[in-house]
Design a protein around this ligand. Sequence first.
Ligand code: ADP
Ligand code: MG
Length: 196
Amino acid sequence: MNGTLIQAHREGKGATGCGIAISKEELEKNSISTILRARWSKADLFLTEMNGKRVVLKDFSKKMFIIRIIGRIQIWREEKAYRALRGLDGIPRFCGRPDACSIVIEYVEGTRLTHYRGAVPFKRLIEEIKRLIDSVHGAGVIHKDLRGRENIIVRAGDDKLMLLDLAGAMIFRAGSVPHKLLFNLLKKVDDAAYLK
Ligand SMILES: Nc1ncnc2c1ncn2[C@@H]1O[C@H](COP(=O)(O)OP(=O)(O)O)[C@@H](O)[C@H]1O
Ligand SMILES: [Mg+2]
């Protein structure tokens, strides 16, 4: 198999991918628009298509060497977090890893929470954020990057809150020693962020 091919449904791991396999070349060829051409240390993001579905390619591969190394670690962590949260309401689907420096995630059409001026009242939004964060914590994951609010999108059509950017997330296995010792403490990082 071509080295750039990815398996969206890897056996045993149960990724709820958007398709079966696709190459980076194909994602680039299907590119619809640039979501973010980031500064030197961050990933570039592109809206593209995979098996007829809109997806986001988050990619460090065009960055300088040292950033590609850091990017690999971030992408690896992000994949792990998406896998830990798969199937959870409010988390977009993980679709695959075309290579070590990039990840493909279901595209969420909508508005950043920071720019949302829709019909859902503020109190309801806060309740929804709390529900979302609690369910992420329930799966043993600390998001760690909720301060800016730009990682929460209000989905077009149903105003559902969707949580993005799991690159900084920490994953804890329920019942493990780190979970027992650290989880309740670290949960406060996310809780403090949304209460702000
Ligand atoms: N799956 C997605 N669907 C829609 N927009 C997205 C998606 N992933 C990222 N974005 C947009 O791109 C921005 C940057 O992506 P993010 O994963 O947060 O990268 P960074 O690590 O640079 O913050 C997000 O704030 C969001 O506006
Ligand atoms: Mg972000």
